[in-house]
Design a protein around this ligand. Structure first.
Ligand SMILES: [Zn+2]
Length: 94
């Protein structure tokens, strides 16, 4: 999901929109035009794709493997289990 950063565009603002705030939105969501707190007019500053996502394409095990990376999942205190990739041991102990 993309994260949009909104900031008050005029003189009217509250503590939330004065310095800008991040808003996580669905791709299909309409952009905010007014601050949900004070109703001030907003402008959208940055649209950044969410890079870290548990179900995102970029981090899917198949993608990781294809690019030669190895992914480990934490399974316990200092213990990691390999979930993708063929390099490295099946299990790691920190
Ligand atoms: Zn506001």
């Amino acid at each position: 999901m993309p994260i949009h950063v909104y900031q008050a565009s005029g003189d009217e603002h509250c503590a939330q929109c004065r310095n800008g705030f991040e808003q996580l939105e669905k791709m299909s969501a309409e952009p905010l035009s007014n601050c949900p707190q004070c109703g001030a007019a907003l402008r959208r500053c940055i649209t950044a794709p969410a890079v870290i996502s548990s179900d995102g394409h970029l981090l899917s095990p198949g993608h990781i493997e294809k690019h030669g990376f190895t992914q480990y999942k934490k399974v316990g205190q200092g213990e990691y289990e390999r979930t993708a990739g063929s390099n490295g041991p099946d299990k790691l102990k920190a």
